[in-house]
Design a protein around this ligand. Structure first.
Ligand code: KG4
Ligand code: ZN
Length: 343
C-alpha cells in the first residue's frame, strides 16, 4: 500500500443500513461494507426507528473495523472521516455521527458532514472519468423521489418531488399488500418477471402534467383495491393466486417506471440538459435501468446510473466529502444531525 496515499473513512447510518467505506482521493473504493438490518424490520413491513438505532449501535464498530481491514489500512493512516448527517432517522443518524466525531477527535483529523441525497447523486460521478455535472439528477429511494438541477458537484437544487409517497415507499407498501417480502423493490421485481405488465391499467399520475411532480399514493390504493377489494364495492376480487400477484406486481412496476422515465425526459427537455444521473435504491430496479437506457439512447442524452450496489444505501457514496474537504468545509465537533429534508 502506498504510504503517501490519502484515505477517507466514510460512515452511513441514516436509515436501516449500517455502512462504512474507505475511499482514496482518486475515488478508488477500497472497501464498502454494508450491514443490512432487513431481517430485523421484515416482519413489520417497514423500518422501525427504535430497532434501527439499537442495531446501528451494536454494528457500527464492527462495520468500521471490517471496512479498515478490507482496505488493508489502519486508523492512523486516515486523512479524514465523513458521515451522513441528513436527512434520515434521528436516532440512526446520531449513531454514525457519534462514531465519526469520536474518530475525528481522537485521531485529530477533519470531520466532514455529508448530505445523504447528494451522496446518492454523487455515486454516479464515481464511475465516470470526466465531470458528470451539469446534469438533471433523479434520486429515487425509500424516502425520496426528487428531481434536481445539478449545476456542479456540490450544487444540487430541487426542481421536482413527490407530493405524497416516495417510489420506494410505494414498492414497500405494495409488496406488503401482495404478501411479498420486505424490502418490496427486489421482491416485486422478482414476482413481476412472470407477470403481464399490461394486465392492470393503473393510473400514471401526473405523467402529462406540465409540473415536475410525482404522486404514488393513488397507485398504491388502486393496487390495494384490485388485490384485496374496494370496501365500497359489492363484488369481491378473485383470490390472490401466484399468477394474479405476478400480474399485479408487473403492472405496478411498469406504472412506476413509465412515470419516472417520462418525468426524467420532461426535466431534461425543460432544462435543455443532455445528461441524466440517477441514484437511490429504486435505481437498482432492472426495468427502470433498461427503460432509462432506451429513453436516453433514443433521445441522444447521456445516462449515468451507479451500479446497483452503489444505488442502495452505502457509505462509499459519501466520497463527495473529498470535494467538501477541498473547499475547506470541515465540520466542528458540535456538528448535529438534520433528520428532515432540507432541500
Ligand atoms: O436508497 P435506499 O437504499 O434507502 C433510502 O435512502 O431510502 O432505498 C431503499 C428503497 C426501498 O424502498 C426498496 O424497496 C427500494 O429502494 N429498492 C428497489 C429495488 N431495490 C431496492 N425498488 C425497486 N427495485 C429494486 N430492485
Ligand atoms: Zn438512501
Amino acid at each position: 500500500m502506498n504510504q503517501s496515499e490519502e484515505y477517507l473513512l466514510a460512515i452511513e447510518s441514516s436509515c436501516d443500513e449500517t455502512a462504512a467505506a474507505v475511499i482514496t482521493r482518486d475515488m478508488r473504493i477500497l472497501s464498502n461494507v454494508v450491514s443490512s438490518q432487513t431481517r430485523l424490520h421484515e416482519k413489520f413491513g417497514g423500518v422501525v426507528p427504535e430497532i434501527a438505532s439499537r442495531a446501528h449501535l451494536e454494528r457500527i464498530l464492527p462495520v468500521i473495523d471490517d471496512a479498515l481491514k478490507q482496505a488493508q489500512i489502519t486508523l492512523d493512516q486516515l486523512t479524514a472521516v465523513a458521515v451522513a448527517t441528513e436527512p434520515g432517522l434521528v436516532g440512526s443518524l446520531l449513531i454514525g455521527l457519534t462514531a465519526a466525531k469520536t474518530l475525528a477527535l481522537t485521531l485529530e483529523i477533519p470531520l466532514i458532514a455529508v448530505n445523504h441525497i447528494e451522496g446518492h447523486l454523487f455515486a454516479c460521478q464515481m464511475q465516470e472519468d470526466h465531470p458528470l455535472f451539469p446534469a438533471i439528477g433523479l434520486v429515487v429511494s425509500g424516502g425520496h423521489t426528487n428531481l434536481y438541477h445539478c449545476s456542479e458537484t456540490l450544487q444540487f437544487d430541487l426542481i421536482g418531488a413527490t407530493i405524497d409517497d416516495a417510489a420506494g415507499e410505494a414498492f414497500d407498501k405494495v409488496a406488503k399488500i401482495l404478501g411479498l417480502t420486505y424490502p418490496g423493490g427486489p421482491s416485486i421485481q422478482k414476482a413481476a418477471v412472470q407477470g403481464n405488465p399490461k394486465a392492470f391499467p393503473f393510473p400514471r399520475t401526473f405523467i402529462k402534467d406540465p409540473e415536475l411532480r410525482f404522486s404514488f399514493s393513488g397507485l398504491k390504493t388502486a393496487v390495494l383495491y384490485e388485490a384485496l377489494g374496494n370496501p365500497g364495492a359489492k363484488k369481491q376480487p378473485p383470490p390472490l393466486t401466484e399468477d394474479r400477484i405476478a400480474d399485479l406486481a408487473a403492472s405496478f412496476q411498469a406504472t412506476v417506471v413509465d412515470v419516472l422515465v417520462a418525468k426524467c425526459h420532461q426535466a431534461l427537455t425543460q432544462y435543455d440538459y443532455s445528461t441524466l444521473c440517477v441514484g437511490g435504491g429504486v435505481a437498482a430496479n432492472a426495468l427502470l435501468r433498461e427503460r432509462l437506457e432506451a429513453m436516453t439512447t433514443q433521445s441522444g442524452f447521456h445516462l449515468s446510473i451507479a451500479p446497483p450496489d452503489l444505488c442502495t444505501d452505502n457509505a462509499a457514496m459519501a466520497a463527495i466529502a473529498w470535494h467538501h474537504l477541498d473547499q475547506g468545509r470541515i465540520a466542528s465537533l458540535d456538528l448535529d444531525v438534520k433528520p428532515g429534508l432540507v432541500r
